[in-house]
Write a protein that binds this ligand. Structure first.
Ligand SMILES: [Zn+2]
Length: 310
């Protein structure tokens, strides 16, 4: 069945009418505090969102996961939650939203969070859901259910990275005769790879070349990454944020300097989320640079990966 933005917006509307938790949290989102932090070439947002404590504070170790019922499996979902099925996935309203329109898109089966073999699905979703960014958090890069494969989607205009990329200098890493390109935006405070293609399959093939060049962690799960994809005038754009660490060294709730920051795709996309008031006012340019330095790759590391793309 074809999927489009209007369909999922109708789902959001009806879920807010019949599901008090979702209604309350989407309502609360309208009055959350936002600040802006300017960096060279890119202005980020900071959102103070107390309801997100469930995600930022989530325990994602194997034991904690084994002991909780998986909230993305159909059998364990709240009675009020309804979805739209699409090619092996279900589009659900996210009841703990960051975006004014925020969806979670789990696979039908309970299977680990892995992007291998699923990039074409991600890019097709992004092309179908115009105005939305489809994103993916690796199992150790912000996913709060690393045991159940899922994408998310939120309205693109909430993020600030897509606009920053419009004006960013990019160097070509690889190009195909069909016009598909892999480029690197190395001058932004956050170093990212950008794949542009006319269709999902071509974009997925280019992503596979990059994926093979990314460092594999000792867990052997998959290269650490956050992914964001959205439709463009010429097709679809995929932004790949390689990572080297899950949470910052100062992650926590106790001790001097501790902050409850667990950055994932949305944060890397230009909207930093913090569930605690005391952290909200402390996020400035220096702190964001420290987060990017600790969690993401530097110029040299990005260049080494680019050189290994075959
Ligand atoms: Zn599950």
């Amino acid at each position: 069945m074809a999927l489009d933005s209007e369909q999922i917006e109708r789902l959001l509307e009806s879920q807010c009418a019949e599901w008090p938790l979702a209604a309350r949290n989407f309502d609360a989102l309208r009055s959350v505090e936002l600040r802006e932090v300017a960096m060279p070439g890119w202005t980020l947002k900071v959102q103070f969102n107390p309801a997100r404590i469930v995600s930022s504070g989530a325990k994602v170790d194997a034991r904690s996961l084994a002991e909780r019922p998986c909230f993305l499996c159909e059998a364990n979902r709240p009675a009020e939650q309804r979805g739209i099925e699409w090619e092996g996935y279900t589009v659900l309203v996210n009841p703990f939203p960051i975006f004014p329109r925020h969806f979670t898109i789990p696979a039908l089966e309970h299977t680990p969070q892995r992007i291998a073999g699923r990039m074409a699905h991600m890019l097709r979703l992004a092309m179908a859901l115009k105005g939305y960014t489809v994103f993916y958090n690796g199992p150790r890069c912000g996913a709060s259910a690393p045991d159940h494969m899922h994408f998310q989607a939120g309205n693109t205009d909430f993020l600030t990275l897509p606009a920053a990329l419009e004006g960013a200098a990019m160097q070509v890493v690889a190009a195909e005769p069909d016009g598909t390109t892999l480029r690197v935006a190395a001058e932004l405070p956050l170093k990212v790879f950008v794949v542009d293609s006319a269709d999902a399959e071509a974009g997925a093939r280019m992503f596979d070349r990059l994926y093979a060049a990314l460092p594999m962690p000792d867990t052997g799960e998959e290269p650490m990454l956050n992914l964001l994809a959205y439709a463009t005038a010429g097709g679809v754009r995929l932004v790949v944020v390689p990572r080297k660490r899950h949470r910052p060294s100062f992650y926590g709730t106790e001790g001097p300097g501790a902050m409850l920051l667990s950055p994932a795709s949305v944060d890397m996309g230009g909207a930093f989320i913090t569930p605690r008031a005391e952290d909200f006012g402390r996020i400035d340019e220096a702190l964001l640079r420290r987060v990017f330095d600790e969690l993401c790759l530097n110029d040299v590391e990005i260049k080494n990966i680019a050189e290994n793309v075959r």
